[in-house]
Write a new protein. Sequence first.
Length: 129
Amino acid sequence: MFYNNHAPTIIDEGKPGEDNVLVYMNGSNNNQSIVYEFKMPVNFSLNGSQNNEPEVIWSFTDPNLYNGRISGAVRLRNGNTLICEGDYGYWEVTTNGTVVWKYSGLDVPAFWRGYDYYPGDEAIINLGL
């Protein structure tokens, strides 16, 4: 299931799937990336004799989704997922796998991460724009 994972991200409180974990699996072994959402067990342990594996809640892939390095994903307030594909740009994807939009930044060498900010967020207000 895992091959070159990036940016495990705990979903923020108040967003759909809060406290679950999003992971961008680069897929360098087969040139196919996948974003997974995991629900972590209440009593998680790294002890191999414990049956406490995370549960896959959601996943998304697309034949055009692949970058063997960097990349990541965050959950948006509307329940969609913002995917940063390192050598391409951004995707917004619904819970049923519909691509809402894509942004290709072919003139940019790489995208490291993507984050969601809204006009009323404190981080934006503090910029004083």
